[in-house]
Design a protein around this ligand. Structure first.
Ligand code: COA
Length: 160
């Protein structure tokens, strides 16, 4: 990933990508306002923001995992010309590191159908029925990763 740096940023830096890449109806959502939320961006050496991902503590919405402490991530986006170079995965490593820091059991997201294999490659599992995401109007599925599961831990340790 030559010439790209992943760093912690403010919410503001994610908004242009949320708008252009994700086409969200609104650029800020409730979990953004949690002071424990983190916003990671990928920047070129010239300081151009080309990717982003946000995360923060949020209960899993369905009963299936409500006994777990959980972190949600959202707003994962990489500008089209920069895709396929490992930037998305690098952003997800930052997200998972934050999950470890918060010592949560479960990391979850509403993932668009078109990106499901990006997450399953990262060992996320798809759970529940498909639904329409209110922000994008697209078909989504929920994806989860158990951070406390021994196999996941071993794998996360390897990719970080
Ligand atoms: C999904 C997204 C963030 C991935 O970013 P990226 O920088 O291209 O991802 P990476 O280069 O780290 O790819 C990692 C792996 O996932 C695969 N992958 C990436 N995007 C994928 C997608 N949309 N569908 C399936 N597989 C994907 C890559 O082929 C790569 O596999 P490899 O290691 O075997 O080559 C990016 O494609 C994107 O912004 N898409 C549009 C917005 C979106 O769908 N965001 C997710 C919302 S839930």
């Amino acid at each position: 990933m030559y010439g790209i740096t992943i760093g912690d940023s403010g919410l503001k830096q994610t908004k242009a990508l949320r708008s252009t890449v994700l086409a969200w109806q609104q650029l800020e959502i409730a979990p953004d306002r949690d002071r424990r939320a983190r916003h990671f961006v990928a920047r070129t050496d010239d300081g151009v923001t080309v990717g982003c991902a946000s995360c923060g503590p949020a209960p899993f919405p369905d009963v299936a995992f409500d006994e777990h402490s959980s972190m949600r991530f959202w707003g994962v986006a990489v500008l089209a010309p920069y895709r396929g170079r490992g930037i998305g995965q690098a952003l997800m490593r930052a997200v998972l590191a934050r999950g470890s820091e918060l010592a949560v059991d479960l990391v979850w997201a509403n993932a668009r159908k078109s990106a499901l294999s990006f997450y399953t490659d990262l060992r996320f599992e798809t759970v529940g029925d498909p639904f329409t995401d209110a922000l994008s109007g697209l078909d989504d599925r929920r994806v989860v990763l158990h951070l406390t599961d021994a196999n996941s831990r071993k794998w996360i340790h390897r990719v970080q």
